[in-house]
Design a protein around this ligand. Sequence first.
Ligand code: FUC
Length: 352
Amino acid sequence: MSTNSIKASSTFFDRFNNQDIVKFSLTNQNNVTVSAISLGATLYEFSIPTNTGRTNLVLNYPNSGDYLANPFYVSMGIGRTGGRIKDGQLPLNGQTYQLQTNEGTTTLHGGPNGFNTQVWDGEIVEEDGEPTIQFHHTQLSSEDGFPGDIDVTIIYRLTNDNTLKLTFEATALNEDTVFNPTYHTYFNLGDNDTILKHNLQVNAEQHLEFDDKKLPTGNFLSVENTPFDFRQTTSLGNAIQNMQNTPEKGFDDIFKINDDAINNTIATLQDPETNRSVSITSDRNGLVVFTANSFTKEDMNFSRTNGIGIPYEGVALEAQNLPDATRFDNFGDIIIKAGETKVHEIDYHVEF
Ligand code: FUC
């Protein structure tokens, strides 16, 4: 007889590029379900029971093909490196590696063959008496152009206090390389089509200055007296309103997490209408906030909005190290030495 308090299952999801895509699910004692599909190790569902049924707090699509039909990485696993690398040129150990590019001259989110494009080997693995979802993939240098091959495991653990713990483990198999994965999770906690009524709090005194390609210049800007000031719980709708004079008409920005918040709560998103919230814990110094300003009606087959995309439909909160970190001395360490293993964790704690 099983004594697990977390229930696990796996089912066929669909066929994509001649491969079976599998969906794995975990459900806790409060009837909270987390599921993931093997394409991109994507977070597919983080659903809670409600008075009328269930609500999924993350954006998703019905088919695997929908995920790569647009450039928005909807709730997908991102790696080797989240964010942009200037000119696709990775400085490492005094050398420069030319990577594959996928946004003009820039390498974005691991490039055109990044983690999100891979079909991961998934399985339910019991750990400490509870099931977990574990995705495994060996990312080859010959595949994505980064130096060295890495063995990567992404683990989903769900607790009975409604926390999803995402762990990334990477071992550099043969050369020094870089590892700065994230999840491109778009939350919409409410019952509306947009997040404009949500509140956001971010433990960041500073955000990054960009050039005109959204590449970091290396300068840190104070959030004080700007729409970037989320130190106190702030209306996201008002903040977005105050960004209407920017090309993005919203946020697509990188916050530098305060030192004392690292390994603790870095940000909290809440929907006052439904009283639902998610708090994010991370062991790294960056958070991208992307308010889905440029979502398009076409090519975004969202389940939530019946097959169309809507600007501000969700907010992507991408916990990671500051991007392009080997270019700047003070951005943090994303290097894995040959033979070494590095582990990172992002936790989402929901309340409802
Ligand atoms: C974020 C942004 C990018 C891009 C992507 C889908 O990471 O920084 O601009 O639009 O999301």
